[in-house]
Design a protein around this ligand. Structure first.
Ligand code: IPE
Ligand code: IPE
Ligand code: MG
Length: 248
C-alpha cells in the first residue's frame, strides 16, 4: 500500500515498501558473462562469486531475514570436469573465508542439498561454518549446493517411509507441514520472492515444494553484473504484486 502513496514524480525506494521475509536467488548467467568477454566459463564463476558476496551482505544490511542462493544443482555435475573443479575451488575459498573473517558477523550459514557428494575437506568446512554460525541472530543464508527440488522430495519421502516402517509415523498423519518439516529448509518460511537473473523462464529444480506461492522476478541482467540496484528493482516489482494465495 505504502508503494502507492508517493506522487508520480517521486522515485519509490525500498524504504517505502514491505520487504519479503525470504528471498531466493537462482544465480544464473556466469557462463554467458564470461563468453561475452572471451573468457573461460570459470572466470564467470569467479565474478559470480564476488557478486554473491556483495548481494548477500546487502540483503543482510537491508534486513532480509532469509536468503537462499542456488549455487550448484544436482544436474550441474553434468558439466565438464574442469568447470566443476573450478566451482568446488570457489566454494572452498568462500567457506574458508567465511570461517576466518566472519567471526563477528551476524549471518547464520546453512547448506541445502546432499552434502555427501562433496570432498571431505569441503564437507568439514560446511559443517564447521554451520556450527560456528548457528548461534548468531542475523540473516539466515542458505546456500543450495548439490541441491535439487526433486532429490529433496525423494529424500523426504524415504525418511517418512522409514519412520512408517519403524512404527514411529502413522501414514494418516502425513500432511503438508510434515512434508515441509522433512525438507532442508525445515523451520524456515517459504520464499516470498525468487529472482532469476539471466532471463531464463524456468525453475531449474529450485525449491519446488517451497515455491508454491513465491513471486518470480526474471531479470535480463547476467549474475556477475547484478548489483544492489537490481535487487532493489526486484523488491519494488515484488511489492507491486497482488499475492492472493488462491483467495480473491
Ligand atoms: C550459474 O551460471 C552458475 C551455476 C550453474 C553453477 P551458469 O554457469 O549456468 O551460466 P550460464 O547459464 O551458462 O550463462
Ligand atoms: C540453475 O542454473 C542452477 C544454478 C544457478 C546453480 P542452470 O544454468 O544449471 O539451469 P539451466 O540448465 O539453464 O536450466
Ligand atoms: Mg545457467
Amino acid at each position: 500500500m505504502a508503494l502507492f502513496k508517493k506522487k508520480q514524480n517521486q522515485e519509490i525506494t525500498i524504504s517505502d515498501i514491505q520487504l519479503p521475509e525470504h528471498i531466493g536467488i537462482i544465480m544464473d548467467g556466469n557462463g554467458r558473462w564470461a563468453k561475452k568477454r572471451g573468457l573461460p566459463r570459470s572466470a564467470g564463476h569467479t565474478a559470480g562469486a564476488q557478486t554473491f558476496r556483495k548481494i548477500a551482505r546487502y540483503c543482510s544490511d537491508i534486513g532480509i531475514k532469509h536468503l537462499t542462493v542456488y549455487a550448484f544443482s544436482t544436474e550441474n555435475w553434468r558439466r565438464p570436469g574442469d568447470e566443476v573443479d573450478a566451482l568446488m575451488r570457489l566454494f572452498k575459498d568462500y567457506l574458508q573465508e567465511a570461517i576466518r573473517d566472519f567471526k563477528d558477523d551476524s549471518i547464520v550459514l546453512r547448506f541445502l542439498g546432499d552434502r555427501t557428494a562433496f570432498s571431505p575437506e569441503l564437507l568439514s568446512l560446511m559443517n564447521e561454518n554451520e556450527e560456528e554460525s548457528c548461534n548468531r541472530d542475523g540473516m539466515i543464508l542458505n546456500i543450495a549446493m548439490n541441491y535439487g527440488g526433486r532429490a529433496e522430495l525423494v529424500t523426504a519421502m524415504q525418511q517418512m517411509a522409514q519412520e512408517v516402517a519403524s512404527g514411529s509415523l502413522n501414514p494418516e498423519d502425513i500432511d503438508e507441514q510434515m512434508i515441509s518439516d522433512h525438507l532442508y529448509t525445515k523451520g524456515q518460511p517459504d520464499p516470498d520472492l525468487i529472482i532469476r537473473p539471466s532471463g531464463e523462464n524456468r525453475t531449474s529444480n529450485f525449491l519446488l515444494w517451497q515455491s508454491a506461492y513465491a513471486e518470480y522476478v526474471i531479470m535480463d541482467v547476467l549474475w556477475p553484473d547484478f548489483t544492489p540496484n537490481d535487487l532493489d528493482s526486484a523488491l519494488i516489482e515484488y511489492a507491486k504484486r497482488n499475492r492472493r494465495f488462491g483467495g480473491v
